[in-house]
Every structure is written in C-alpha cells, then in structure tokens.
Design a protein around this ligand. Structure first.
Ligand code: A5A
Ligand code: ZN
Length: 493
C-alpha cells in the first residue's frame, strides 16, 4: 500500500451504500475493478480477513464431527438434470462449458452453482450401511451463478468465491430434521463469534431451496434497514436420495433411502461483519478476525536518544504481545504524522492502538485506545499484554450487545399492511399471517416486501412447523381476517 497520499474521506455510514463501496476500496477488502460483472478480486488485507472468518466456521464444523472434502467444479449435464425441482430452480443461473478448445464436448459441463449434483453420485457409492451414517462432509469452494438481480460486491456475486457447503446423509426424516436444527445452531455460534446477531426463520414454501422439503434461514439486519440472508439450511428429505439412488442397509438388513440435508454460507458473512460494526471512520473488526489486532505507534518528537528508547520500548512490547500472547501486533514507525497513522489504522479496523511517547515512557506506561468506543486509557507497560487480551474479549461482547440492541429496536409489531410498509423502511415488520399460501403471496404483492418466514424461536420444533391455534396467535391475517401467527417481513438484498 502506498503511504502519504491525501487520505480520501469516507462518506458517512448513514449513506450506507456509498459508505460500503468506498470502504471496500479504501480498506483494501475487495477490488471491484475486475472486468467481468459480478466477479471481484480479494487483495491481501481482505483475503486475510476472509481467511480468519472462514477458520472459525471450519473450526466449528470440524468440532461437530464434519470432515472437509473437495469435489470438482464441473458437473456433467446428465447428473445436473436429474432432480426436476433442483433444475427448475437453477437452470437460468447456470454457466455451461460447451467446448474443449475448438472441439464441442460430447456432454456439456455445468460450472457448479452449488454441488448437490456433483456430490450425490459419489454418495451413492460411499453410503453402504447404517454404520456409515450420519455422513457429514463440507467443502469451501467457488460456485458460479448467473445472477440477474443487481450484483453487489460480497453480497450478490456471479462467482461466489467462498461458498461453504455442507452435505449430510442421515438415516431418516427426523434425524435429518435434527441435523438442520444443529446446522442453524452452528451458524448462530459462528455469527456470535463475529458479533453479528441473527434472525432465524423458516422460509415460506415458495422461497425454499429447489428440491428441499423446507429451508431454515439465518438473516441479519443491515444498517440501511434491509435484511441479508447470511446462511441457509435445507431439509432434502429423500428427494435427492431417490434420484441419485442413495440407499443404505438399515439395522434390519433392508435397503432404504437415506435422508439428506445441506447448508451453506458465503462471503456474505464478511459483508455482514464489516457492515454491521463499521462506523464513519471505517472498519471496526471483531478482534478474533482482525488481520492486525494491535498497532503500536511510537510518538517520536524527543531527542534522538529518547526516540531510541521509545522505539526500544515499542519493540519489546510487540515481542511480548506476539511471542508470549499470540496477539497479531505491528509497529508503525513510518514517517507519517501520528494523525495520519491513526486515520489509516482506524480505517482498517485494528481493534487496539497503543501509543508510546516520551511522556508515557517516563511514567513507564502506554496509552491504549479501543477502536469500537475510542476509549483511551494509560496502562502500566507490564500490564499491557493482559489488558489487551481482556480488552479484546470485552470488545466482542460489547459489539454483540450493541448490534443486538440495534436489531431488537428495529423489529416492529404491525397489524396492517400499511404499517408493514411504513415500518419496513427501518427494519423488520412482524405481522400475523394465517399461513395460507395465497394470503402470503398477496401480502408480498401488496406491500412489495418479502416474507422472511416464521421466526424459529416461536415454535416448539422447527421441523414440525407451526399451526394456528397452538397458542402462538398474534392477531388476524391482514388479508383474510382469520387467526394468524407472527411472520417476519422485510426489504431484502
Ligand atoms: N446447497 C445449498 C447449501 C445452497 O446452495 N443454498 S443457498 O442457495 O441458499 O446458498 C447458501 C447461501 O449462500 C445463501 O444463504 C446465501 O447466504 C449465499 N448466497 C447465495 N447466492 C449468493 C450469491 N449470488 N452471492 C453471494 N452469496 C450467495
Ligand atoms: Zn389469510
């Protein structure tokens, strides 16, 4: 990165869209200048952040007994065309490879838009007996979708570079339903580690994954009041098992169809993290994923021998932080003025800044500044390392609390569709719905706002699904006037 250029001013976060795009460039998260629509480049800083975020999801999946695999990018047309619902859902979005050099291929090959049809022919070979189940595999790969809606960096891509998809094989419908619930728990834990509060809901039937029995989704609220779907888990029942002949020998020695689930997240997880926590000065990163966690800035305006001591003190502090505590720390001893350095490191969301100058040195202390609150405190040098560790823990908790309060303050109970329209400018509307498909579609039509689904917390079991008259009444359906239960509606990305 070049230094000492005139610092461009970030638009205020209140102008979210401009702020978001400027921030991606200014902080070095994503370069949007690649000459293909919907494809973007990860520069070093952004890719470092992305990798730290993805190491959390890998850790959580591995800990839960998932294993990582890697399947090919290309899917032969005949496999891709097997599952009728699935094709219908994806056929308009598939990129096809038709030639090898100048020779037309005997069979077209799809660039995976998602990998069910790449993985399941192999599952047919791998799954033999009940002892093989549950099989829980995942991969982190690029996938391609010819999106026709407005493309947006990290949010709606034509090459999703960081598609984490898990595919499980389970014994029966109930076991798969439990797997879907578990997937959602894992995603919620993942997002808690990123201080991103989530809303879980069961998508209406017309918005479920193509080929699934039902879909649970994890959403977050973006600063502009729109909702972003940042993860989904799908119950596939035996729909794919039947088309791909995935059977196993059960405990009675009979061949039965397996039931399956799949669940996925993408770099939308990065978009959510930077959008929800950032401020007018730039990124605010959860310490665990910040590529640089601590920047140490020597304040050098003394005599040369004093400056030398200041630098020594900075270096020894850095060594302690890095070697004894594993904290990713850097010294910025460039020639820029301190103000310019503060600006740049704040823009990049470094959680903690430590300043050491002659005066601090004389008192054997250092100045600690928190990125999220700007709180500034003098700490004795010997206590800096433990203070930094405590401070990073506190930041995660405080960032999560602040974001949760923001989310909760933007969920609005509504009775009429006019209210839904009015409130959804600011966030999520909660309104009764009788669960009738036609009423739901009409509610979306009239308002131009999406039904996210039935909030998961409001039902005993996400898999059984709610029924009106089970004590979850929330008022009357605005279309037909019958008893309804609470459904969430919001403008979405
Ligand atoms: N096989 C399953 C897991 C699947 O493909 N599900 S999905 O279509 O819902 O995608 C999983 C997640 O990827 C979505 O919840 C969304 O967060 C993200 N995603 C989908 N399309 C995307 C796109 N074009 N750009 C970025 N992220 C996308
Ligand atoms: Zn109704």
């Amino acid at each position: 990165m070049k230094k000492n250029v005139q610092q461009p001013q970030l638009p205020p976060k209140a102008e979210f869209s401009e702020w978001y795009h400027e921030l991606l460039a200014a902080a070095g998260i994503l370069d949007v200048r690649y000459p293909v629509k919907g494809l973007y480049v990860w520069p070093p800083f952004g890719f470092g952040l992305r990798n730290k975020i993805y190491s959390i999801i890998r850790e959580l999946l591995n800990r839960d007994g998932h294993e990582e695999v890697l399947f090919p990018l290309l899917i032969p047309e005949n496999e891709f065309m097997k599952e009728a619902e699935h094709i219908k859902g994806f056929e308009d979005e598939v990129y096809w490879v038709t030639h090898g050099g100048t020779t037309p291929l005997e069979m077209k090959l799809a660039l995976r838009p998602t990998s069910e049809t790449a993985i399941y022919p192999m599952y047919k070979l791998w799954v033999r007996s009940h002892a093989d189940l549950p099989m829980k595999l995942y991969q982190v790969v690029n996938t391609f979708r010819y999106e026709t809606k407005h493309t947006r960096p990290l949010i709606r891509l034509r090459e999703i570079t960081s598609f984490k998809e898990a595919h499980t094989v389970n014994t029966d419908w109930n076991d798969a339903a439990k797997q879907v619930d578990r997937a959602i728990e894992i995603y919620q834990e993942f997002y808690r580690r990123l201080a991103v509060p989530t809303i879980v809901s069961k998508r209406p039937d017309w918005d479920k994954f193509p080929g699934a029995d039902y879909t649970l989704a994890v959403d977050c609220l973006m600063p502009d009041g729109r909702v972003l779907q940042i993860g989904t888990a799908h119950h596939l029942a035996d729909n794919f098992a039947k088309t791909f002949e995935i059977t196993y020998e059960d405990i009675n020695g009979e061949q039965v169809y397996a039931h399956q689930t799949c669940y996925g997240i993408s770099e939308r997880s990065v978009a959510a993290t930077i959008s929800i926590h950032g401020d007018d000065r730039g990124l605010v990163l959860p310490p665990e994923v910040a590529p640089v966690q601590v920047v140490i800035i020597p304040v050098l305006f003394g005599e040369p021998d004093v400056n030398e001591k200041v630098l020594d003190s900075c270096m020894s502090l850095r060594d302690t932080l890095v070697n004894a505590h594993g904290i990713r720390s850097r010294i910025d001893d460039s020639d820029e003025r301190p103000g310019a350095k503060y600006y740049r490191w704040e823009l990049q969301g470094v959680p903690i800044r430590i300043e050491i100058g002659p005066r601090d040195l004389a008192q054997n202390s250092a100045m600690l500044v928190r990125r999220d609150t700007s709180e500034k405190r003098a700490i004795p040098i010997g206590e800096v390392a433990s203070e930094v560790a405590d401070c990073m823990d506190a930041m995660l908790a405080d960032m999560y609390r602040a974001a949760s309060q923001e989310l909760n303050s933007r969920i609005f109970d509504c009775e009429t569709l006019d209210e839904v329209k009015e409130k959804s400018v600011h966030g999520v509307a909660r309104v009764p719905w009788c669960l009738d498909r036609n009423c739901g579609l009409e509610m979306e039509d009239i308002t131009g706002i999406h039904i996210l689904g039935i909030p998961a917390g409001s039902q005993q079991s996400t898999s059984a699904g709610p029924r009106p008259g089970q004590g979850q009444e929330h008022g009357r359906c605005p279309i037909c006037g019958r008893e309804g239960i609470a459904v969430l509606m919001a403008r979405t990305y």
